[in-house]
Design a protein around this ligand. Structure first.
Ligand code: UDX
Length: 440
């Protein structure tokens, strides 16, 4: 099948590459010439395990192509995936200008039946807007070529996106047009082996499903984060509580890990956007408002613990920070808790040295050459001259540590662990103060 993917960001690139991997002929469009140049020359604009090799394999096989030409991309695919960015507006609602621009371009250039697929995370009602934009373009041209608009949300996790796409737990297809549903089933048949994972529903329900999934997961995290704060006060251990409740199959163990807040491109944005959609429809999503507020507070939890220990004037103090990315296996620092910590330390007069296996370049891009934040080339060298250590991301390489060496390196042997990496008694036995999230 001939498929166009519009937007070579995270979602678009993974989608296009994985669709090529199973034998489709895929053309990826991006208006950013430098991104397309990077991809054409065998480079990779994002960090995602396994993606570079897959891109190279499919480019070499002649199934995956890149272009900046709107005309070419609109003509190419019978199916046109829109996977452009939907950055949050000031008020938290998703900015749809790139989605509508993509729809306009398709309507402007298409010459035969097209299935237009919303792959970006877009508010409920966007498919209707896309349909109206395409219809208006066709009307301008004095033609009424048939087309269908489908909602096909993605559930990819950064760091595991290729795996998630190749082995999905569900494939949500929101469509009403019979021909479009058949084409979508066909596209996903390669990913739908052994048992049927395709859930076909109406377009609006598919759009809402994406927000509902992320909001439910964010709710679990904020719930556990609040319980962890309570556990700290009560002298209970949240890890024991997690095991105790997760064993109930109605609850389950996933996404019950308390920490220093959730970040990334999805949870914060999607929770805010769903709250906004609610308000626009006279529905106050009170649970989600609390989820969002609790997470904002949770991103400051390490700072709170640091000031409780050292006082609120940190002038002249220097902290080691392990982890900058919003989670392991990515260099993404969007809405990362590390940023709240770094900026909070600065505001209180402290400086920091950070180590992250892949996100230091991204951090340099965000913060530039600011003398208040320096970088180390290993976890241990980040401790040099540091008063104490704060851990923000649970990279595997932080898990096993030589605590005697950490103690010797820090001026005050104290670890503020935002991801509960260690057994508290084992750290404390070494003479290190250990402040974790809800741990006894
Ligand atoms: C998420 C969804 O999981 C995915 O299905 C959707 O398509 C996009 O959003 P992602 O943002 O890549 O994926 O990361 P995820 O692994 O879900 O983690 C999000 C954040 O929650 C991270 O900051 C992580 O540290 C935090 N988290 C996750 C917790 O604090 N506790 C948990 O138990 C799980």
């Amino acid at each position: 099948m001939k498929i166009t993917v519009i937007g070579t960001g995270y979602v678009g690139l993974v989608t296009g590459t994985c669709l090529a991997e199973v034998g489709n002929d895929v053309l990826c469009l991006d208006l950013d010439q430098s991104k397309i140049d990077t991809l054409k020359s065998g480079g990779m604009p994002i960090h995602e395990p396994g993606l570079l090799e897959m891109v190279q394999r499919n480019v070499a096989a002649g199934r995956l192509h890149f272009t900046t030409s709107i005309e070419e991309s609109a003509a190419f695919g019978n199916v046109q995936f829109i996977a452009v960015g939907t950055p949050p507006d000031e008020d938290g609602s998703a900015d749809l200008q790139y989605v509508t621009a993509a729809a306009r371009n398709i309507g402007c250039h298409m010459t035969e039946y097209k299935v237009i697929v919303d792959k970006s995370t877009v508010p409920v009602g966007t498919a209707d807007k896309v349909r109206a934009v395409v219809a208006a373009e066709l009307a301008k041209r004095g033609t009424d070529i048939p087309f269908a608009v489908v909602s096909n949300p993605e559930f990819l996790k950064e760091g595991a996106a290729v795996e998630d796409f190749m082995r999905p737990d569900r494939i949500v297809i929101g469509a009403e047009d019979v021909r479009a549903i058949a084409l979508m089933r066909d596209i996903y048949s390669q990913f739908n082996r052994n048992h049927d994972r395709i859930v076909v529903m109406d377009v609006r329900s598919a759009e809402l499903t994406k927000y509902a999934a992320n909001s439910m997961l964010a709710t679990r995290i904020s719930f556990m984060n609040e319980l962890a704060i309570l556990a700290d006060k009560l002298g209970a251990d949240i890890e024991q509580v997690r095991l105790g409740i997760g064993a109930d199959p109605r609850i389950g163990f996933h996404f019950l890990y308390p920490g220093c807040g959730y970040g990334g491109s999805c949870f914060p944005k999607d929770v805010q956007a769903l709250i906004r959609t609610g308000l626009e429809n006279d529905v106050t999503l009170k649970v989600l408002q609390a989820v969002e507020a609790a997470n904002e507070a949770q991103k400051r939890v390490l700072l709170d613990k640091i000031t409780a220990r050292f006082g609120s004037d940190l002038q002249g103090m220097h902290f080691a920070i392990w982890g900058l990315a919003f989670k392991p296996d990515t260099d993404d620092m969007r809405a990362a808790s590390s940023r709240v910590l770094i900026e909070g330390l600065w505001a209180l007069g402290a400086t920091a040295t950070a180590y992250d296996p892949v996100a230091m370049q991204e951090s340099r891009r965000i913060y530039g050459a600011d003398a208040r934040l320096t970088y180390a080339d290993s976890p241990m060298s980040a401790l040099k001259a540091a008063d104490a250590l704060a851990i923000v991301t649970e990279w595997k390489e932080f898990r096993v540590q030589d605590f005697a060496a950490i103690k010797a390196a820090l001026k005050t042997p104290a670890i503020f662990d935002g991801r509960n990496l260690y057994v508290p008694s084992q750290v404390r036995e070494q003479g290190i103060e250990y402040y974790a999230i809800g741990r006894r």
